[in-house]
Write a protein that binds this ligand. Structure first.
Ligand code: SF4
Length: 404
């Protein structure tokens, strides 16, 4: 069996390091000013250069998203950024706009081009078209089912196919949506979606008050526009059999805890699949892990859908049982303790778990001390504290705690 690529989102340098630590084969990042994500999930080229060096040292590839739909005013910036990205040795550019593809081919013809899901590629002829423009890989539309994916792979085997297997779903066609721009003056088409589709809505028709539209799904609201999150960990064999070579996780805006959990869990699943393809079963522990990140209920989306609809339900609200408590800054092998950079808030006695790449270990927080050795009852965001831990913990390991 071919080993599929596990492709993890990285909104900044820390998340990139987290993705690498927990098992990514490749990461994708936004580039400041030319990516379809808000500035918080973009990296300047200088930061990216450091990240590329670190990732390459661990054998992990880095794909840079320059998938804005460029206006004329963006082209000059693109002419500067494309050679800069080639110079820092990113492994591919993720692109939506034909104009940007043309510029890449003119300026850096050897730089591989991956076509973004924003380009909405849904059929074999479209894949051939993009292949003829020099595209090496296509990120297929989330709206395809696996039968359609398999037909495309069989028809155009020379083009690599990448598919989203986990993360948030749009109610619109892969982000081609004006709802956020209309409601909040922040446009999804410029990477700045506020996810307004997930808000709570009431529907009234004022001209026919005696014929109400029954859309109420609980006592107060409808969540008709709000999709569950995609989760295909149970179906990796079918996805590989369809001809997909890269398994993509959504979420450049998501937290470090999310990156650690999805990278580690899908790493476990892929390793199991590669070593025991005939006996692959989704381990309940993997799903339990994926339910410890903030999510909205899970769905298989369009993968097996005959009707082209997203999966919505009245229960769809964010579910969050755990949050980031900190990341390991240092391990002290003499005193057998970790130095933790605290995130959010930590109180002595909180039950916390340290996520190692292959294991989850509970930590006793009752003995929390600050860097001068003073015992603490609580610590806040950005504080540094020591916690006892008698085995080596890699720098960057994530510590989480239950949300009460
Ligand atoms: S508002 Fe919802 S449907 Fe529209 S782009 Fe954002 S996530 Fe997608």
């Amino acid at each position: 069996m071919n080993r599929p690529e596990l492709l993890i989102p990285a909104g900044n340098l820390e998340k990139m390091q987290t993705a690498v630590l927990y098992g990514a084969d490749a990461v994708y990042v936004g580039v400041t000013g030319l990516s379809l994500r808000a500035s918080l999930a973009e990296m300047p080229v200088a930061d990216l250069a450091a990240g590329v060096n670190e990732a390459h040292a661990k054998g992990v590839k880095v794909y840079a998203a320059v998938n804005t739909f460029a206006r004329n005013a963006d082209l000059q910036k693109a002419r500067q950024i494309i050679p800069a990205l080639a110079a820092i040795h990113v492994d591919a550019l993720i692109v939506s706009d034909p104009g940007i593809i043309r510029l890449i081919r003119a300026l850096e013809p050897h730089l591989p081009i991956h076509l973004s899901t924003q380009a909405n590629t849904t059929n074999a002829e479209a894949v051939r078209f993009w292949r003829d423009q020099g595209v090496k890989r296509i990120v297929l539309s989330r709206e395809l089912n696996l039968e359609e994916v398999g037909e495309i792979a069989a028809a155009v085997p020379e083009v690599e196919l990448e598919l989203f297997v986990h993360g948030a779903m749009c109610m619109a066609y892969s982000g081609r949506c004006y709802l956020s721009a209309y409601r909040n003056q922040r446009s999804a088409n410029e990477g700045d979606c506020t996810q307004s589709c997930r808000w709570e809505y009431l529907l009234y028709e004022s001209t026919r008050p005696v014929e109400p539209l029954i859309l109420e799904e609980d006592k107060r609201y409808t969540y008709l526009l709000s999709s569950k999150d995609l989760c295909l960990i149970d179906h990796l064999p079918e996805i590989l059999a369809a001809g997909v070579s890269s398994l993509k996780i959504e979420g450049r805006m998501k937290s470090t805890h999310y990156v650690a959990v999805v990278a580690r869990t899908y790493r476990w699943a892929i390793n199991t699949l590669v070593h025991h393809p005939e006996n692959y079963r989704c381990n309940p522990q993997w799903l339990a892990e994926l339910k410890k990140i903030s999510y909205r209920g899970y769905t298989t989306g369009f993968a097996f859908a005959e009707e082209k609809i997203n999966d919505t339900s009245p229960e769809i609200k964010y579910i969050q049982t755990h949050e980031l408590a900190g990341t390991v800054l240092q391990y002290d092998p003499v005193q057998k303790r970790i130095l933790l950079g605290v995130r959010n808030h930590l109180a002595a006695g909180d039950e916390v778990e340290l996520l190692l790449p292959d294991d989850t270990v509970k930590i006793d927080t009752r003995m929390m001390v600050d860097t001068s050795g003073k015992q603490l009852q609580e610590a806040n965001n950005c504080n540094q504290v020591y916690l006892p831990f008698n085995q080596e913990a890699p720098i960057g390991s994530v510590v989480r705690k239950e949300v009460k």
